[in-house]
Ligand binder design. Structure first.
Ligand code: FO1
Length: 318
């Protein structure tokens, strides 16, 4: 599975009810990764790990269940002390007390010289997760978002993904998106793409979650070579994203925010698009892009719905 965060994690939690989890590999976007407080934070990897471990805070979709926030609250002590221009003790990105332990471990191991692939696997094992979780690469790739306008302080500026998503609550119009470092980063799972029985493109944001993987050398070529075995689940239902800014971002970047817009983005690398019943009238437009179209319930409101969606995906591609 090519994976972003929440949508991919929900789909995987359905898939592992049907197939041996050890036979599943998630290749995960790391262009949302950030460093705060000197800590390496990998949100999409952690969302997958915590979800598959049954430890996620399901309401928020990120972070750990039953979390406490003493460290975050203690940062407030420094709010009025921090000199102008200092980025110390940021409070706009919430790190729970138990979640911090994951970032401590990741940071320390990276500083010891381990690769992100190795550390991700260690954290997965610590959480007793059976699905293989692989970062898209071991090098730093960073999503950079140029905002069209928002508050005067950032108008026309290029900001990091987490600044866009969390600090500005993805409410600022996007002018362009780039993936710094993607020209030289090495996609770590080309062999897995070649050897897999099937490749699922998760219902994740096609621009900032799947886009970074596809920006790496060799990925689109590997997908195209397996096109008949590649299946995507649309993250857009009836013109809207269930969570996050995918619909607005598509529009702002000149794409159609619909299942047809998703088909146009994926048709060169993917043979089949799974859409929700709500979009069944768009089937012929999807088929006109050269894709097969499967209509089912794609809203993963509970584990049974996620399992049913995974079942349809398996049956459609295997
Ligand atoms: N998302 C938020 O909207 N606000 C936060 O404060 C926040 C903190 C956070 C901490 C750790 C982590 O692994 C994820 C976190 N997320 C937060 C989610 C995150 O930023 C993801 O990148 C998005 O969900 C997009 O995939």
């Amino acid at each position: 599975m090519l994976s972003g965060g929440v949508g991919a994690a929900k789909f995987l939690s359905g898939l592992v009810q049907l197939v041996d989890p050890q036979s599943v590999t998630a290749i995960v976007n790391t262009a949302d990764d950030t460093i705060l407080h000197g800590l390496n934070i990998s949100p999409d990897i952690d969302t997958l790990t915590y979800t598959l471990a049954g430890a996620i805070d399901t309401k928020r979709g990120w972070g750990l269940r039953d979390e406490t926030w003493r460290a975050m609250n203690s940062l407030l002590r420094f709010e009025n002390i921090r000199p102008v221009g200092s980025l110390a003790a940021p409070t706009w990105f919430n790190l729970g007390d138990a979640d911090l332990a994951t970032h401590f471990y990741r940071t320390a191991r990276l500083q010891e010289g381990a690769t992100l692939t190795q550390v991700t696997d260690e954290i997965r094992r610590a959480f007793d997760v059976q699905v293989r979780i692989i970062p898209m690469c071991d090098q730093t790739v960073s999503t950079e978002i140029t905002v069209a306008s928002c508050d005067a302080s950032v108008s026309g500026q290029t900001i990091s993904f987490q600044e866009y998503f969390v600090r500005h609550q993805h409410s600022v119009p996007v002018q362009s998106v780039g993936f710094r470092g993607s020209e030289t980063a090495i996609f770590g799972a080309l062999d897995e793409l070649r050897a897999s029985d099937a490749i699922v493109i998760a219902p994740s944001n096609p621009i900032v979650s799947i886009g970074p993987l596809r920006a790496l050398a060799g990925v689109d070529e590997a997908l195209t070579a397996r096109r008949e075995k590649v299946i995507a689940v649309s993250p857009i239902i009836a013109g809207a994203a269930l969570k996050g800014p995918a619909d607005r971002m598509l529009r702002e970047l000149g794409h159609e925010a619909s299942v047809v817009g998703i088909a146009r983005l994926y048709s060169s690398v993917c043979a089949t698009l799974v859409i929700d019943h709500a979009d069944k009238d768009r089937r012929s437009e999807i088929e006109a892009t050269g894709m097969h179209c499967v209509v089912t319930n794609t809203v993963m409101s509970d584990p049974i719905a996620a399992r049913n969606l995974a079942q349809v995906v398996i049956e459609s591609v295997m």
